[in-house]
Design a protein around this ligand. Structure first.
Ligand code: NAD
Length: 297
C-alpha cells in the first residue's frame, strides 16, 4: 500500500481521499478549510499541519484544487511546496485546469526528479463518493502505469490520453461536446413542445432516429421525461452550470492556443454564461432547457 499526501478536500477531493483510506493506503490530508480536513480524518486519514507537511515523506501527492492558478502556486511558485517532495515521488493532479498550466507544473516537477501526471476526472460528486470516477490521464507510459493502481482506488475507468496535458485536453473536448449536445437537445425539445408535442413521445421518436444522443437518452433536460435525473428534481444535484461554464472557458482557451475552429463551443459558452448571470449557477447544467424555453419576440 502506498503513502499518499492529499491536498484539496472539497466536494470531490474529500470523498476521493476517503476512498484511498478505505482501500488501505496510508493517507495524509491537507485543506485550507479545517472542517473539510476533519471529515476525512474521521474516516481514518492523518491530519497534516501544512501543505509542506502533507507532501513530506510520501510516495504520491494528489491534488484536487479549484483552478490552474492554485495548482501552479502550490507546485511552481517560490513559496510552493515542491522542495518538500522527495525525489522519485509522483504528483497526480486531478483538478480540471488548462493544459498549459499542467505542462508548466509537469516540467517544473520533472526538473526536480519528481514525476507528474495530469489526471482530471469525470463522474462528479456521486462518482467521487462511490469510487466510480473516470480518470483521463496525461503522462508517459511508465508514469501512467505507476499512477494506475492508486487511481483504481477512486475510479472505475482509467484512460491514458497521451503525454502531460493530454488528460486535460481530452476532458474539455468531451465537456465541450456535452454542452453542445445538451443545448441542441434542449432546443429541439422546446420547439416540439411549442408545437404541442408531448416531450416524452418526441424523445422516444428522436431516440429511435438520428438525433439520438447521451443527453436525450440518459439525462433528458425536460422535467418528468426520465425519473431520477436532475430535470425531474428541480434541476438540483448533477453537474453545476458554473462548473460547465468553467470547463467551456478552458475549452475556448485551448481553442485559441491551438487555433481551432469551435463556433458551436463558443455559442454554448455564451449560453451558459447567460444562464449563470440569471442566477442559475448552482443548478444542474440541463437547466439550459429552461433558458431555451423562453419565447422569441
Ligand atoms: P471545491 O471548491 O469543493 O474544493 C476545492 C478545495 O480545495 C476546497 O476545499 C479548498 O479549500 C481547497 N483549496 C484551495 N486552495 C487550496 C490550497 N492552496 N491548499 C489546500 N487546499 C486548497 O471543488 P470541487 O468541486 O471539489 O472540484 C475540485 C476540482 O475538480 C475542480 O478543478 C473542478 O473543476 C473539478 N471537478 C469537479 C466536479 C464536480 O462535480 N464538483 C466534477 C469534475 C471535476
Amino acid at each position: 500500500m502506498a503513502s499518499i499526501g492529499f491536498i484539496g478536500l472539497g466536494n470531490m477531493g474529500g470523498p476521493m481521499a476517503a476512498n484511498l483510506v478505505k482501500a488501505g493506503h496510508n493517507v495524509k490530508v491537507f485543506d485550507l478549510v479545517p472542517e473539510n480536513v476533519a471529515k476525512v480524518v474521521d474516516k481514518g486519514a492523518h491530519k497534516a499541519d501544512s501543505a509542506a507537511d502533507v507532501v513530506t515523506d510520501v510516495d504520491f501527492v494528489i491534488s484536487m484544487l479549484p483552478a490552474g492558478k492554485h495548482v501552479k502556486s502550490l507546485f511552481v511558485s517560490e513559496q510552493g511546496i515542491s522542495a518538500h517532495i522527495k525525489k522519485g515521488a509522483m504528483v497526480i493532479d486531478s483538478s480540471t485546469i488548462d493544459a498549459a498550466s499542467a505542462k508548466v507544473v509537469g516540467e517544473h516537477l520533472t526538473s526536480l526528479d519528481i514525476s507528474f501526471v495530469d489526471a482530471p476526472v469525470s463522474g462528479g460528486v456521486a462518482g467521487a463518493q462511490g469510487g466510480t470516477l473516470t480518470f483521463i490521464v496525461g503522462g508517459s507510459d511508465e508514469h501512467f502505469n505507476k499512477a494506475k493502481p492508486v487511481l483504481e482506488a477512486m475510479g472505475k475507468n482509467i484512460f491514458h490520453a497521451g503525454d502531460i496535458g493530454a488528460g486535460q485536453v481530452a476532458k474539455i473536448c468531451n465537456n465541450m461536446l456535452l454542452a453542445i449536445l445538451m443545448t441542441g437537445t434542449s432546443e429541439a425539445l422546446q420547439m416540439g413542445i411549442k408545437y404541442g408535442l408531448d416531450p416524452k413521445v418526441l424523445s422516444d421518436i428522436m431516440l429511435q432516429s438520428s438525433g439520438r444522443n447521451w443527453t436525450l437518452e440518459l439525462y433528458n433536460p425536460c422535467p418528468d421525461v426520465l425519473p431520477n435525473v436532475p430535470s425531474s428534481k428541480g434541476y438540483e444535484g448533477g453537474f453545476m452550470v458554473d462548473l460547465m461554464k468553467k470547463d467551456l472557458g478552458l475549452a475556448m482557451e485551448a481553442a485559441n492556443q491551438s487555433q481551432s475552429m469551435t463556433p458551436m463551443g463558443a455559442l454554448a459558452q455564451n449560453l451558459y454564461q447567460i444562464l449563470s448571470a440569471q442566477g442559475q449557477g448552482n443548478k444542474d447544467f440541463s437547466s439550459i432547457f429552461q433558458l431555451l424555453g423562453q419565447t422569441k419576440h
